[in-house]
Design a protein around this ligand. Structure first.
Ligand SMILES: [Zn+2]
Length: 163
């Protein structure tokens, strides 16, 4: 984890939030998401966990599942972490998209992450569904996406969890 990343988070969040205390919280939330994302890579590598899709997407899912602990604070952090990718997408060079990159495009990562937030509690999060936020066409599948991601990761991690 490099310090430059933290500085980038702050710069990014300052484009949508003026209150420094809130910016600091958003930076922490994004850091936690990236930390869990990197932890996911580590677990896949060390424990040789299966990942048949893009590993970058799989570990984003793990990070979101860990953050979405059912608490309002967890959800708020998960939303903030998602917003980073919405902001980052504004810097994308639309004429020169890196189709070969192992990461999904920033805007896709944003929608994938916010879909998991919504899907973790569709009733409570119905306000998120709108053409400018989470389009209904995607929202309809988010509950299943969340359940499948949660179920899959828990199944993979269960043998390593001591009770
Ligand atoms: Zn990664």
């Amino acid at each position: 984890m490099c310090y430059e990343y933290i500085a980038y988070f702050e710069e990014a969040f300052k484009t949508i939030e003026k209150n420094q205390t809130k910016v600091d919280d958003m930076v922490s939330d994004a850091f936690v998401q990236i930390f869990f994302h990197e932890l996911g890579h580590c677990l896949i590598d060390v424990w040789e966990l299966p990942a048949t899709g893009r590993e970058e997407d799989a570990v984003d899912q793990l990070a979101m599942i860990l953050m979405l602990d059912g608490s309002p604070a967890g959800q708020k952090s998960a939303v903030n972490a998602s917003l980073l990718w919405d902001i980052a997408s504004k810097d994308d060079d639309k004429e020169n998209m890196l189709f070969w990159d192992e990461h999904s495009f920033s805007k896709t990562r944003f929608y994938d992450m916010i879909c998991l937030v919504y899907g973790s509690n569709p009733e409570k999060n119905s306000f998120m569904v709108s053409p400018t936020r989470l389009p209904r066409e995607r929202a309809e599948r988010c509950s299943e996406e969340y359940n499948r991601a949660n179920r899959s990761w828990m199944k993979l991690l269960m043998p390593y969890i001591l009770d």
